[in-house]
Design a binder for this molecule. Structure first.
Ligand code: NA7
Length: 551
C-alpha cells in the first residue's frame, strides 16, 4: 500500500466561505527559516502580516522530513538565525543537528520571538489570484479559508514538492511505502523488517545508514552513485559553545559576506592545477578532515569550473571511498573509475557510515543501470533479473525542486496564465524574486536566486532583509504595486545562462538543472554566486528598484 501524499491541509477544516475577508499588508507562505524571518521582520516594521503553513508545526523541511537519520548538512553555528535574542541562550548538541534537534530549535525561536500567534497551521495555500484593480492578492487555502493581501511572499523552500517516479505498479505494493519527505510524523519502526530504498541522494544516504542498523535485510536501489562526503560529525560541548558566543556577531558578519553562507568554507584562490601534487593533496586532505562542505567548495577556486581540476578531486575522493568497501565489485559500483558526473555538480550528500553499511551481510546494492526496475509488485520490487521481497519500500526519490512548490499552487497574475503555464518553457524571474505579470509577489529562496547554493538561514536573512527594505520603501513612497519587467527577467535569464555555462553544472542530470523531473525545462535553477547576486539586488534597490515597475 502506498500512503498518499497530502494535497490538502493535514487536518481538513470546514469551508469558511462566509467569513469576513481579512486584508493584510503581507501574507507569508511557509514556516521555515525564510518565512519565519519575514514574519518577524515585517511585524517589527509595523506591517500587518500573517503566515500560512501547510504543516501542523514550524520548521519547513524539518517538519516534513522526519525519516530516520534526517539531519542538516550545513554545520552550526552557520545553520541558525543571527538574531542575538535567539542564539544567546541556545546550544546545540551536534555539529550537524538532527531533525529532532532542529525542531526543538524552531520551538525555541518561536518562544523567543513569539511567532506562532501570527501563524495559521494546517493552512495549505491552493490558489492565489491577483486582483488587478485593487493591487491585492486573493488567497485561498485547501480548507476554503480566504483572505486578501497587498503582498504575497512565498517562502516555500526548494524541496516542498516531493517527486514520486512513475514506477509501474507502485500503487499495488501491499507493504508500507513512504516518500522520505512524507514520513509518518509518529515514526515507523524498521527493526527486523525487509527494507528497500529507491534513490541514493542525500535523503537515501541518510535513510540507508539508519536502516542498515536495524533492518533484517536492506536493499539499496541505485541508479546513479552519489559522491557522498565525510560529514565528520561531532558532539558539541555546551560550555565551549557558550565561550564562543562572544565571536558570534563577527561570525555572522562573515557568513553574510561569504559566497554560499558558510563563514568558514572558502576555497584557496589558486587553481588546483597550479600547485604541486603534494600541496594539492594536503589541501584536499585538510578539507576532507574538516568535513561537511569543506571538501565540496572549500578547496580550490576552479573545482566546479575546470574539468581537469574537477577530475583531480574526484580521484582523491574515489581512492578514499573505495578503501572503505571490502568487495571490489561493490566498491566499483559505489565509486566508479569514470565519474558518473563531474564532482560536485550534483548535490554531494554528507555521510557517516554509508560506505561501511555495504560491508554488512544483510545489505545489498541493486544497480538499476544494469538491471532496471520493471515493476513494483504487491510484495516488492521486480527488476529485469530478480524479485526483491520487501516489507517497507522507501522512496528517496527527491523533489520537483525549486519550482514545484510554487507551480503546484494555482497562482494567477495579470494575464490570466498560471505560474505553471508561464514557466512551461522555463523559469523567468528578475533576481529570483519578482515575476513579470505577477505583481506584488516576491519569492524568497526561490528559483533563480542562489537558493541551492546558499545556506538557508543566511539566505533567509540577507535576501529577506532586501525584501523587507523594499516593502518599507514602497510604503514610504505610497506605492502599492511592484512588478518585475519582462526585459529585466529576460536579461536575468541570460545572466543565469552565462553563469551556468561558466561552470560544469550543466553537465549533470541534476535537480539543480531541473533534469530529475521528466519533461521539466533544463536550466540552472539556482544562481551560482551569492555575492554577485546580492550586488545585483543592491544595485537594483539603489537605482529605485530598477528592473521593476512601481506604481
Ligand atoms: P535527490 O538528491 O534528488 O535524490 C533522488 C534520488 O532518487 C537519486 O538518487 C535519483 O537517481 C533517484 N531516483 C529518482 N527517480 C528514480 C527512479 N525512477 N528510479 C530510481 N531512482 C530514482 O533527492 P534527495 O531527497 O536525496 O535530496 C534532495 C535535497 O534535499 C538534497 O540535495 C539536500 O539538499 C536536501 P538519479 O541520481 O536521478 O539517477
Amino acid at each position: 500500500m502506498i500512503v498518499p501524499m497530502p494535497t490538502g491541509s493535514e487536518t481538513p477544516h470546514a469551508a469558511h466561505a462566509d467569513q469576513a475577508m481579512e486584508v493584510l499588508d503581507a501574507l507569508v507562505i511557509g514556516a521555515g527559516f525564510s518565512g519565519l524571518y519575514q514574519l518577524y521582520r515585517l511585524r517589527e516594521a509595523g506591517f500587518k502580516v500573517r503566515l500560512f503553513e501547510a504543516g501542523s508545526d514550524l520548521g519547513g523541511v524539518w517538519h516534513w522530513n522526519c525519516y530516520p537519520g534526517a539531519r542538516v548538512d550545513s554545520h552550526v553555528p552557520n545553520y541558525e538565525f543571527s538574531i542575538e535574542a535567539v542564539w544567546r541562550d541556545w546550544v546545540w548538541t551536534e555539529r550537524f543537528p538532527s531533525w529532532e534537534e532542529l525542531r526543538r530549535y524552531f520551538h525555541h525561536v518561536d518562544q523567543v520571538l513569539g511567532l506562532s500567534q501570527d501563524i495559521r497551521f494546517n493552512a495549505r495555500v491552493t490558489h492565489a489570484h491577483f486582483l488587478d484593480d485593487d493591487n491585492l492578492w486573493e488567497v485561498t487555502c485547501a480548507d476554503g479559508h480566504r483572505l486578501r493581501t497587498r503582498y504575497l511572499l512565498p517562502c516555500l523552500g526548494f524541496a516542498s514538492r516531493p517527486y514520486l517516479p512513475d514506477l509501474p505498479g507502485l500503487g499495488q505494493f501491499e507493504g508500507i511505502c513512504h516518500h522520505t519527505a512524507h514520513w509518518p510524523q509518529a515514526g515507523l519502526d524498521l527493526s527486523g523488517r525487509r527494507v528497500g530504498v529507491i534513490g541514493t541522494g542525500a535523503s537515501g544516504v541518510q535513510m540507508v545508514q539508519e536502516a542498515s542498523k536495524v533492518a533484517s535485510h536492506l536493499t539499496v536501489f541505485q541508479r546513479t552513485p552519489i559522491i557522498a562526503l565525510p560529514m565528520q560529525q561531532q558532539r558539541l560541548d555546551a560550555a565551549e559553545q557558550r565561550a564562543m558566543k562572544a565571536q558570534y556577531p563577527e561570525l555572522f558578519r562573515r557568513r553574510e559576506a561569504s559566497n554560499g553562507g558558510l563563514w568558514d568554507v572558502r576555497p584557496d584562490r589558486r587553481s588546483a592545477l597550479e600547485v604541486s601534487d603534494d600541496e594539492r593533496h594536503a589541501i584536499f586532505e585538510r578539507a576532507w578532515n574538516d568535513g561537511g562542505f569543506h571538501f565540496w567548495t572549500g578547496t580550490f577556486r576552479d573545482i566546479l569550473t575546470d574539468a581537469r581540476a574537477n577530475r583531480l578531486i574526484y580521484d582523491f575522493w574515489r581512492e578514499r571511498t573505495r578503501a572503505r568497501v571490502h568487495n571490489p565489485l561493490l566498491a566499483e559500483k559505489l565509486a566508479p573509475e569514470q565519474p558518473p558526473h563531474p564532482f560536485g555538480t550534483k548535490r554531494p550528500s554528507l555521510e557517516q557510515w554509508y560506505y561501511e553499511a555495504f560491508n554488512l551481510p544483510h545489505v545489498d546494492l541493486v544497480d538499476l543501470k544494469d538491471t532496471p526496475i520493471t515493476s513494483i509488485t504487491a510484495a516488492g520490487v521486480q527488476t529485469t533479473t530478480q524479485h526483491v521481497a520487501l516489507d517497507v519500500l522507501v522512496l528517496a526519490t527527491g523533489f520537483d525542486a525549486s519550482t514545484g512548490g510554487l507551480t503546484q499552487i494555482d497562482l494567477r497574475g495579470t494575464d490570466g496564465a498560471s505560474l505553471a503555464q508561464s514557466w512551461s518553457e522555463g523559469v523567468r524571474t528578475f533576481l529570483g524574486m519578482g515575476v513579470p505579470h505577477f505583481p506584488n509577489m516576491l519569492m524568497l529562496y526561490g528559483p533563480q536566486s542562489p537558493t541551492a547554493f546558499w545556506n538557508g538561514p543566511a539566505s533567509a536573512e540577507v535576501q529577506g532583509d532586501w525584501v523587507v527594505q523594499c516593502l518599507v520603501h514602497l510604503r514610504a513612497q505610497g506605492i502599492t504595486r511592484i512588478e518585475a519587467t519582462a526585459q529585466a527577467a529576460q536579461a536575468w535569464h541570460r545572466h543565469m545562462d552565462m553563469l551556468a555555462h561558466s561552470t560544469l553544472l550543466p553537465q549533470a542530470d541534476s535537480w539543480y538543472m531541473g533534469a530529475n523531473i521528466p519533461g521539466k525545462p533544463r536550466q540552472l535553477l539556482s544562481h551560482a554566486g551569492t555575492r554577485v547576486y546580492m550586488d545585483a539586488c543592491r544595485k537594483s534597490a539603489a537605482e529605485g528598484y530598477a528592473g521593476f515597475t512601481l506604481a
